[in-house]
Design a protein around this ligand. Structure first.
Ligand SMILES: Cc1cc2nc3c(=O)[nH]c(=O)nc-3n(C[C@H](O)[C@H](O)[C@H](O)COP(=O)(O)OP(=O)(O)OC[C@H]3O[C@@H](n4cnc5c(N)ncnc54)[C@H](O)[C@@H]3O)c2cc1C
Length: 230
């Protein structure tokens, strides 16, 4: 199961975003604004920025997460988000003497197939170990490892990108493991920046409709909305 810990972040992230935003219209600088802005003013400002789509000030607050127990299936999807920094455990430099891997619930629900799944993964790992013993470098032996193999990484993402990525990956039509990952990321952000954390939500909550071909049922699709209006 995926594990997420917020290991570091911009101090006072919401005030930093608000002070940065106010610099554009204020006669004083960000240092003074950081002292003067009340929690209520910060909250109001963040609400206004989000409503108007002025999200660049959110780039002044960054969050660094330790992520573990994620499959390679999902880390591949994660790193498609380009406005972030990643450092991932290398399968070239780290030989996997033990293999930790993810078993999706749909497979666990079918015991016969689950048993074959485990057999297949273990057989792949045995061959991997045999190849290492035969002197094949880890960077080549790893070709046999399944995508279910767990990985660990560190990810730094600013608040603008977090809002964007959560709008895509908290969608219930996204793949379950990446939904779980971003649910945990949201929970970590909420602990230190609750106003920002509340903005980490699927895009339909902002749009008021679902822009996917099929809705999960929370909001109607754009086509259904248009049909209702006719
Ligand atoms: C449900 C789901 C299913 C998906 N299925 C597939 C699939 O089948 N195959 C597949 O290949 N991918 C798939 N993807 C990945 C998807 O196509 C994107 O690559 C991924 O979500 C990264 O998002 P992004 O491009 O919005 O933004 P990020 O990389 O997170 O960047 C954020 C924003 O910055 C801007 N930006 C970043 N880089 C550039 C650039 N070079 N030029 C201009 N603007 C830029 C864009 O506005 C972008 O939205 C899927 C994603 C989701 C959420």
């Amino acid at each position: 199961m995926v594990y997420v810990a917020l290991i570091s972040y911009t101090p006072d992230p919401e005030r930093t975003i608000a002070a940065a935003a106010r610099v554009s219209t204020s006669s004083v600088g960000a240092t003074k604004l950081m002292e003067e802005l009340t929690p209520q003013a910060v909250d109001r400002l963040l609400t206004r920025l989000i409503a108007s789509g002025h999200l660049s000030p959110f780039e002044h607050a960054s969050f660094t997460f330790a992520i573990e127990g994620l499959s390679r299936v999902t880390s591949h999807q994660l790193v498609r988000h380009r406005m972030a920094s990643y450092t991932q455990q290398s399968q070239r430099y780290v030989s996997l003497k033990e293999l930790d891997y993810i078993t999706p619930a749909t497979i666990s629900a079918k015991p016969e197939l689950e048993a074959r799944y485990h057999d297949m993964v273990r057989a792949a790992h045995r061959l991997y170990l045999e190849m290492l013993d035969a002197g094949i470098p880890a960077e080549d032996a790893r070709y046999v490892l399944p995508q279910a193999t767990e990985t660990r990484l560190v990810m730094t993402m600013n608040a603008h990108e977090l809002i964007h990525v959560c709008s895509l990956r908290l969608c219930l039509r996204a793949q379950w493991e990446i939904v779980e990952l971003f649910e945990r990321i949201k929970a970590e952000v909420e602990k230190v920046a609750p106003r920002l954390g509340a903005e980490l939500k699927p895009k339909c909550y902002r749009l008021g409709y679902c822009d996917e071909a099929e809705s999960c049922g929370i909001f109607p699709t754009a086509t259904e909305v248009t049909r209702e209006r006719r």
